[in-house]
Design a binder for this molecule. Structure first.
Ligand code: MRU
Length: 351
């Protein structure tokens, strides 16, 4: 196995931009194989997002932005504006829940509308995509600082996390996993409990892989073990990411997040959501307005080609759920924290 996924201070990265091509680490193959896919067309980039080659809300947004640049670079010489618009439509249709995708595409579209030639568009779109990427990494560092201000740990604590919110899910460093990294850097982390995160196993395949390769102490647990872990009193905070946060502070995140929030409240464990402000969608009033992606039942029925359930059995496979704001102790972004989120607190920071 050739390990090449270590471009950002030794940490894994999800994407590498070369101006004329975008390389994506194929996250479907981790942790067994580190294979990079090269994309040169916006349609290939859209397909990679749909197929989960790259996933995680901020990473999807950044990837889509680079997809728009590829549309400009390889525009056929005819109606380049129509080609770029079509690419933006295709990228927007790749996944429905993470608002970072639409936020990034809107930024790219605004730049594109101000351009008078293809050469100008190519230069300015490339610069904008790189900016989106760089801002994401810087934002992750800022939110880690805010999160530690909220937590105020006096000695090393243990936390529990769900899904993957690390370098692989972002431009680098991570959101909730960035907070975990920062705790570790400051010697304030005892241990991370990582939910395996059925059915796609982002926790066991990606989070455990990222943490282990960075020597951060991690214990992997089946999702169903989270209740016992929280009941044991070992964990001070549940720390998760988000795919979309509405104006009242409701949070869509990986399926299973809502049950963790209920458990945390029952066991008096604090619950923190960490996400960039690009995940906040003030245009939606509440969580029930968020489009929740449902994926193929085969993701639950099968694993690695092995049948886990009777062939053809009916499956319910929503890949996100909504945690109501009243179960959340703090939403932390690069702009600061909203404690006990509600519409007033959200408006004060994002209105
Ligand atoms: O289906 P995925 O793997 O794209 O879902 C990812 C999540 O739910 C993450 O928790 C969320 O996108 C935040 S990533 C920083």
């Amino acid at each position: 196995m050739v390990s090449t996924a270590n471009d950002l201070n030794g940490q894994a990265v999800a994407m590498r931009w070369h101006g004329d091509r975008l390389e994506l680490l194929d996250q479907r193959l981790l942790p067994g194989e580190e294979k990079w896919l090269t994309t040169q067309r916006a349609s290939e980039v859209a397909q990679c997002i749909t197929d989960m080659v790259v996933r995680g809300a901020p990473a999807i947004g950044i990837t889509a932005a680079y997809g728009v640049v590829l549309a400009a670079r390889y525009a056929g010489g005819g109606d380049w504006q129509a080609e770029i618009k079509q690419a933006i439509r295709e990228l927007a249709a790749s996944r429905p829940t993470a608002v970072n995708l639409f936020w990034a595409l809107e930024r790219m579209e605004t730049v594109f509308h101000g351009c008078h030639s293809l050469a100008e568009a190519l230069e300015r779109l490339d610069a904008e995509a790189r900016r989106i990427h760089e801002e994401d990494v810087a934002g992750n560092q800022a939110m880690a600082d805010y999160a530690l201000d909220v937590m105020q740990p006096e000695s090393p604590i243990s936390v529990l996390t769900h899904c993957n919110t690390g370098a692989l899910a972002t431009g680098g460093y991570g959101t909730a996993l960035g907070v975990i990294r920062r705790l570790h850097e400051k010697q304030l982390l005892d241990r991370v409990y990582a939910d395996e995160t059925r059915p796609w196993l982002q926790g066991s395949r990606l989070t455990a892989w990222e943490l282990a390769r960075d020597s951060i102490p991690v214990t992997l647990n089946a999702d169903g073990a989270a209740a016992s872990i929280l009941a044991s009193g070992k964990v001070k905070w549940v720390v998760v990411g988000a795919d979309r946060i509405t104006a009242n502070g409701d949070v869509a995140n990986k399926i299973g997040t809502y049950s963790l929030a209920v458990l945390a409240r029952h066991h008096k464990v604090k619950f923190m959501v960490v996400a960039p402000s690009s995940t906040v969608d003030m245009a939606l009033a509440e969580g029930r307005d968020i489009p929740i992606e449902e994926r193929d039942g085969a993701e639950v029925r099968e694993m690695g080609g092995r049948q886990l359930a009777p062939a053809g059995i009916r499956v319910f496979n929503p890949v996100f759920d909504v945690t109501p704001a009243n179960l959340i102790d703090a939403i932390v972004t690069e702009k600061g924290a909203v404690h006990n989120p509600n519409i007033t607190g959200m408006n004060a920071l994002f209105g």
